[in-house]
Design a protein around this ligand. Structure first.
Ligand code: GUN
Length: 292
């Protein structure tokens, strides 16, 4: 079993980005500037947004955090988005999800200028991704594709089962891996809560991407020997033995699955750090337009 080290790979990608930023600056070009909008005080969201802002500093980007109260109205948030769309110094921005219930998420995502949509959530960018027109790819799927490529995991003609059909991870993963591209050309099955014969499907899979948000869902008896496992889940489970009161668990029962896997991403230190690195990559692309 080999661990797919997302922490080390993301550090390497950040180094590559930092070099590109230095080159941009040397040429007198613009320093990339990412803004993040956080509404409310959800613990996990605050942690993620702070990590994103800190990562910007590390690669030499400028960053702005817009911190809005829990009771922000949809109109107020749309106004902030309008300001970011019009601000020439901001190259890209994200609105951290989930949003408080008084705000219509779809309306908000539609309001983001697709050219600054470094999350790749706007319908224009989802459409471009689907049609294989170069654009911003959502950061988590982008990070997984990058891991598969850098670890040279064969995907062509392989059976891939993606568990979970979220707009942010499962659905785009299923689209990307079925495309004619690097880490693509796979035969993809998108499984979800209504799937009836999941174990039958996962036992046939060469690669399983688990993104349903249920801690330790995938167990060793559900996979074949030599399988590649990509674990997107990250759940806080109460744990009194830990100082912070919780431990982080993935969607995969690492103990049993790692005994059979050829490759596996750990939690933490697998997919998570890649998401941030690819958000930075998208912000750089917003400046250079050097999509490949
Ligand atoms: N919430 C969970 N994942 C993400 C993400 O990739 N981007 C944003 N904006 N919110 C999220």
């Amino acid at each position: 079993m080999k661990l797919i080290d997302g922490k080390a790979t993301s550090a390497q990608i950040k180094e590559e980005i930092a070099i590109e930023v230095k080159n941009l600056k040397k040429k007198g070009l613009k320093t990339p500037h990412l803004a993040a909008v956080l509404v409310g005080t959800d613990g996990a969201s605050m942690t993620y947004v702070n990590s994103k802002v800190k990562a910007c500093e590390k690669v030499g980007f400028n960053s702005t955090l817009i911190d809005l109260p829990e009771d922000t109205t949809e109109e107020q948030l749309l106004h902030e988005i309008d300001l970011l769309n019009k601000d020439a110094d901001i190259d890209g921005f994200i609105v951290q999800l989930p949003l408080p219930k008084q705000i219509d998420e779809q309306k908000v995502l539609m309001a983001v200028d697709p050219n600054k949509d470094v999350d790749g959530f706007h319908p224009t960018n989802v459409g471009k991704m689907t049609l294989e027109i170069p654009t911003f790819l959502p950061a988590t799927p982008f990070g997984i594709m990058e891991l598969l490529e850098r670890y040279e995991i064969e995907t062509s003609g392989k059976n891939v089962v993606v568990i979970g059909r979220s707009h942010i991870v499962g659905r785009p993963m299923s689209i990307l891996m079925s495309q004619k591209r690097k880490a693509g050309d796979a035969t993809v099955t998108l499984a979800h809560s209504r799937t009836k014969n999941l174990k039958e499907l996962t036992l046939q899979a060469d690669i399983v991407v688990v993104a349903l948000g249920v801690a330790e869902f995938l167990t060793g008896d559900m996979v074949k020997e030599g399988v590649t496992i990509i674990d997107v889940g990250i759940t806080r489970l109460p744990d009194a033995t830990k100082k912070r009161g919780y431990r982080l668990a993935g969607d995969v029962d690492f103990e049993s699955v790692s005994k059979k896997a050829g490759y596996i991403t750990p939690v933490p230190g697998g997919v998570g750090p890649m998401t941030i690195a690819m958000l930075l990559k998208n912000t750089l692309l917003a400046v250079t337009k050097n999509f490949s």
